[in-house]
Design a protein around this ligand. Structure first.
Ligand SMILES: [Zn+2]
Length: 252
């Protein structure tokens, strides 16, 4: 089992990160921690050192942060990513999040920053972890223009069926988070898409499968159980296939 997208660096874990990581290490083969800001990228690298061979980093800039951040901060993040390019398993998270966006200027900003990160993945031929919300088709249209990005992952996918079909047709991946445990809409997408293009994640600390309990990487087991249930496969088989996908994509 691999949690392919989490944020163990977030302050929500400051009080008991050690325990959370112990539980993760008991159950999982690896976790992919995604940097979402300049500070988040730095912390991700720090935890990579601490959990060497278990925690693998991707560095990026979350679109919601990109809307607000100072231009210099984004430039600094890009420079630091380039400085650490040999340590990371992918670029991201990056993308477009139009969910709570109402100012066009922010939209333009997100598109501009996203394009810079796509360029980076293309230049260094690294996988790209995309966060797209209410903008899945637009994100796909942008990334499809590039030919040197080895793997593309739509993390926590929740877009429409047509875009999901197109993502799979491109040979890209759909990553499903613990949200599938309670969202019927997400369960329908899983029903219709092939497991060969699926990954499992928690997006911790968000989207807990258990009410009142903060999410954590070890809960990725719930995603595997749910996919198995929806597709009438054994949990063992779902685990094997999705873990193999993750290892191949991130080269771990
Ligand atoms: Zn995330």
């Amino acid at each position: 089992m691999i949690d392919t997208h989490c944020h163990i660096d977030f302050k929500e874990y400051n009080k008991n990160r050690g325990e959370v990581m112990d539980r993760a290490q008991q159950k999982l083969k690896a976790i992919i921690n995604s940097g979402a800001s300049l500070g988040g990228n730095r912390r991700t690298l720090k935890f990579m050192d601490e959990y060497n061979g278990f925690l693998y980093p991707t560095l990026g800039f979350h679109p919601s942060n990109a809307s607000k951040a100072d231009h210099n901060i984004i430039e600094k993040a890009l420079d630091e990513i380039k400085d650490n390019i040999d340590k990371i398993v992918a670029i991201g998270e990056t993308g477009l999040d139009y969910h709570e966006l109402n100012i066009d200027k922010n939209k333009e900003r997100q598109i501009k920053v996203f394009k810079t990160f796509i360029d980076l993945a293309n230049e260094y031929e690294l996988p790209l972890v995309i966060h797209a919300r209410d903008a899945e088709k637009e994100a796909l249209d942008m990334v499809m223009k590039y030919s040197l990005i080895p793997e593309v992952i739509f993390h926590c996918y929740g877009g429409d069926d047509e875009t999901a079909n197109n993502i799979v047709d491109q040979g890209y991946y759909l990553s499903f988070s613990t949200i599938i445990c309670f969202s019927k809409e997400h369960q329908t997408i899983i029903e219709e898409q092939p497991i060969s293009n699926m990954l499992t994640e928690t997006d911790s600390p968000y989207l807990s499968p258990f009410k009142g309990l903060r999410n954590e990487p070890s809960f990725v087991e719930e995603v595997i159980k749910k996919i198995a249930d929806i597709k009438s496969l054994s949990t063992n088989k779902v685990d094997k296939i999705t873990e193999k996908n993750a290892k191949k994509i991130f080269g771990i």
